[in-house]
Design a protein around this ligand. Structure first.
Ligand SMILES: Nc1ncnc2c1ncn2[C@@H]1O[C@H](COP(=O)(O)OP(=O)(O)OP(=O)(O)O)[C@@H](O)[C@H]1O
Ligand code: SF4
Ligand SMILES: [Mg+2]
Length: 328
């Protein structure tokens, strides 16, 4: 594959759902970002911002929610995923593209031992050696110790962090080129969170797997990702290399940065972002962040929600007044 073909290119993607009377409700508008081979990309945003919908557009499961990509392109190694049939999806989903779903902590099948879960994942792909040895290798890969004991256990006998490791092991069975981890640390305590982050970093380093990491937590993705995509109310509002996010160019990213626990002063008040994102379909004209924005001007309140400006692959913002950030 030539170096100018991205592993994944999300290009002006619009995701919608059909409502009564053939009316389409847009859930995600013009999402724009790309993922290079071996790159780790974080997608952050509050609940309902469209993070999981983007994941589903990459693994072809939007229709299970009655939704669809209705505009733009989802290009995987140059192949437009909107054009492929279910047989092709089956050769990509869970194989070339691994997925750890958002509810993965509850995910492992409760009635199967870990050995059986792993065998099921491994049975989908070719490999050499006995199933038992291949399962053990997978558990080694995700740094699970006492593998013989763990193989015989059921999910309820494992801690949350261990269950998450098992789900990641299942997703790695096919040695995917891209692993999508949708909020892999939600519900885990801080120590286990950082262990899972370290594991993802090692997987990327040792296997060269590109990773999309979804989170509410900017501090978390900031630590491990090369690039960050910030979403608000179904729109991509800022994208850039992680280093550029210390000088954000969108007021929402400024607010996310200010509310990080790791920047709060000891004993001081933990800042929160004022207001709430507008509900799906309840958009006012103009910028969807306007009601929450300290920088709002008259021109923000008219027309369409601003598009990302700047060159894809560089630091981009969807704010009309990005030049004023930090100056008021
Ligand atoms: N089947 C559906 N019908 C209508 N709206 C839906 C449907 N599925 C999702 N949505 C809406 O689409 C928006 C995006 O949902 P999505 O699950 O992608 O959010 P998210 O960013 O992953 O949130 P969270 O952080 O809570 O997981 C939300 O407002 C959600 O309510
Ligand atoms: S476009 Fe206007 S309202 Fe929107 S984020 Fe920028 S300054 Fe705020
Ligand atoms: Mg989600």
């Amino acid at each position: 594959m030539t170096s100018d073909v991205k592993l994944l290119d999300i290009n002006n993607v619009v995701i919608g759902i059909e409502r009564r009377k053939r009316e389409t409700l847009v859930l995600v508008r013009e999402a724009n970002f790309d993922v290079n081979y071996g790159e780790m990309v974080g997608i952050v945003g509050e609940s309902g911002s469209g993070k999981t919908m983007i994941c589903r557009s990459i693994i072809g499961t939007l229709q299970r929610r009655g939704a669809a990509v209705i505009g733009g392109e989802v290009l995987f190694e140059g192949l437009d995923l909107r054009t492929i049939n279910e047989a092709k999806w089956k050769s990509l989903r869970g194989k070339v593209i691994g997925y750890v779903p958002q509810s993965a902590l509850a995910g492992p099948n409760p009635v199967l031992t870990i050995e059986k879960q792993l065998a099921e994942a491994l049975s989908q792909v070719e490999g050499t050696g006995s199933m038992k040895n291949r399962s053990k290798e997978l558990l080694d890969l995700v740094k699970i110790r006492r593998v013989d004991t763990v193989m015989k256990q059921y999910p309820y006998q494992l801690s949350g962090g261990m269950r998450q490791r098992v789900m990641i092991a299942c997703a790695l069975a096919s040695k995917p080129k891209l692993l999508i981890a949708d909020e892999p640390t939600t519900g885990l305590d801080v120590t286990v969170q950082s262990q899972i982050m370290e594991l993802l970093r090692e997987i990327r380093r040792d296997l060269g797997t590109a990773i999309i990491l979804i989170s509410h937590d900017l501090a978390l993705v900031d630590e491990v990702c090369d690039k960050i995509v910030v979403m608000h109310a179904g729109a991509t509002v800022e994208v850039g290399p992680t280093s550029s996010m210390s000088k954000p160019r969108h007021p929402y990213t400024v607010a996310l940065n200010s509310s990080r626990i790791d920047v709060a002063k000891p004993g001081g008040e933990l800042l929160t972002i004022k207001g709430n994102p507008p509900s799906v379909g309840q958009w006012n004209p103009g910028c969807r962040f306007a009601e929450r924005c300290d920088y709002v001007q008259q021109d923000c309140l008219v027309g369409d929600h601003p598009a990302l400006s700047g060159k894809k692959g560089e630091h981009q913002s969807a704010c009309l007044h990005a030049d004023k950030i930090g100056k008021i």
